[in-house]
Design a protein around this ligand. Structure first.
Ligand code: C5P
Length: 230
């Protein structure tokens, strides 16, 4: 994979025009965009077909967690639309039915492990009596067993996942911060270089690109950092 193919830009903006402007500014340097809850709600059904029409790949990050039948239907819809990556949460039945919804399309199903804004204290606060690492590993193992293609995991747990599960799962890592930049409340942020060295396949980067004075240059710098260690 080319270094630039590993970069996914999170389009967390609340107006569709802002999203389109960013995509246009990043033309030639970013080809893969993450659409999450903020943009999806602010853009209605417009943004995904628009991105696909521009020749971009789409990561639909709605972190679906619903009854298995509903998840199956929404996954089938996303696959039909041409989405490349999609996130789900869930137990065996939810994940298996998501796999059924995806059918034999190219859509990659990613299971969320633990958000990068959380630490072990937050896990206990959520009612799970285990450490953050135990939870990440437990969820990653289950994701692989039930047929997910990959997981979303912070840079802090990539090596743990690789050591235990090997190369079987794609690892998509958000919470990426170039050295010296604000962590924006991420508790487990790593630099692009660290994430790649630890074994991430894809990096999800939002504000370091979208809030930069020069988004194109910021993305280019991250790709150069990836290329140094790729
Ligand atoms: O702007 P920033 O680079 O912090 O954006 C990170 C993106 O990754 C956000 O869209 C957030 O929803 C997502 N994320 C995630 N899973 C995590 C942490 C962040 O999907 N564990």
């Amino acid at each position: 994979m080319e270094p630039r193919e590993r970069l996914i830009c999170a389009l967390d903006v609340d107006q569709v025009d802002k999203a389109k402007e960013l995509v246009t500014k990043l033309d030639g340097v970013v080809d893969f965009f993450k659409v999450g809850v903020v943009l999806q709600l602010s853009s209605g059904s417009e943004i995904i077909p628009w991105l696909l029409k521009q020749g971009k790949k789409v990561f639909l990050d709605m972190k679906y967690f619903d009854i298995p039948e509903t998840v199956e239907k929404v996954v089938a819809l996303a696959a039909k639309l041409g989405v490349s990556f999609l996130t789900i949460h869930g137990n065996a039945q939810i994940i298996r039915q998501a796999v059924k919804g995806r059918g034999n399309t190219d859509l990659k199903l990613l299971a969320v492990t633990v958000l990068t804004s959380l630490d072990t204290t937050d896990i206990l606060d959520l009612g799970f009596p285990c450490s953050l690492e135990e939870m990440v590993l437990y969820r990653a193992k289950k994701a692989a067993a039930y047929g997910c293609d990959g997981v979303v995991a912070s840079g802090f747990e990539i090596d743990l996942i690789r050591e235990t599960i090997g190369k079987k799962l794609l690892v998509v890592t958000p919470g990426i911060r170039p050295a010296g930049e604000s962590l924006d409340k991420h508790k487990r942020a790593v630099t692009p270089k660290e994430a790649i060295l630890k074994g991430a396949d894809y990096l999800v980067v939002g504000r370091p690109i979208t809030a930069a004075p020069e988004p194109y240059a910021a993305a280019q710098k991250i790709i150069e950092e990836i290329a140094l260690v790729d």
